[in-house]
Design a binder for this molecule. Sequence first.
Ligand code: ASP
Length: 339
Amino acid sequence: MKKSKVLLLYTGGTIGMIENPLELSLKPFDFDQITSEVPELNKLNCLIETISFENPLDSSNMSFETWIQIGDKIFKNYDYFDGFVVLHGTDTMSYTASALSLMFQNLTKPIILTGSQLPLGQVRTDGKENLITAIEIASMKQNNFSVVKEVAIYFENQLFRGNRTTKVSSDHFDAFKSFNYPSLADVGVEINFNLNYLLKKREKKLNYEKGFDPSINIVFFYPGILINNVIKLISSNSSKVVVLMSYGSGNLPLENELVEFLNSSEKIFLNVSQCKAGNVEQEKYETGMQLKKAGVIGVKDMTLETVIVKSMLLIKKYPSDKDKFEEFLLSDIAGEITE
Ligand code: ASP
């Protein structure tokens, strides 16, 4: 059988660093030399080609322009490879994974993001296993079709749907969790796919979209917050979408000024819970119901990362059509929401 071809794209982050022995600081290594750092790659049953960002980025320095840069590289090579592995810093990996999942609609090939907590050049690195298994998963086929046909994050023995993930730890090796969707694969001696949870093959043609408008504001509520200040803050800037970080199933203090302001403002308000797991159900309590009546959109079980990225995409696409924005925000594009 023909060997799968995997494109490995290095964008930056801890994984691609080695220790400078004199200064003991971390610096990116020449990624063309990846097989001398990880000779095990030569033993994998697939062909690997690597490309690297000219200036590797700490993922905290990335913006939507970087998502487009990554997307363009994959799109240009889409027909020539069977799978793609993106090496990425962990800090904003969930945002990039969400973005790629919405940019590449109807994927038939895997795009797997991974990274590490310790650099490849360090003895106890988690990067080697993450890298090797991510490539293996990206190359896997069944009946000539890729097993994974979506954007996923592989990290510390688990494969997750990328747009369902959140970074939860800055020091544990299992840095990512997917609170509202089961893992797509669990890796031990074998790679065990949870086939029922993987996205199914799409009949439609690949659609690549890459417009983003970052005019978004977030307000994190806490008991005792001064509502007047919140209103001033929101009114004084040009954001088009405002994310209200609510409590529990989508509740906020029932203050008249807030409700009146929400009713009268032209902006789009989204209700995202501070709880990482569970659903936003504004109808459940009076404190949420008021928001629903004022036109605030509850985002169901989407992650904050996905809500932000999806909103950036949708306000660019439908700048003055609130109904379309809401319709698509609450529709399932890449398995990011349970409808
Ligand atoms: N600051 C780094 C980044 O996200 C951390 C990491 O790679 O894990 O790029």
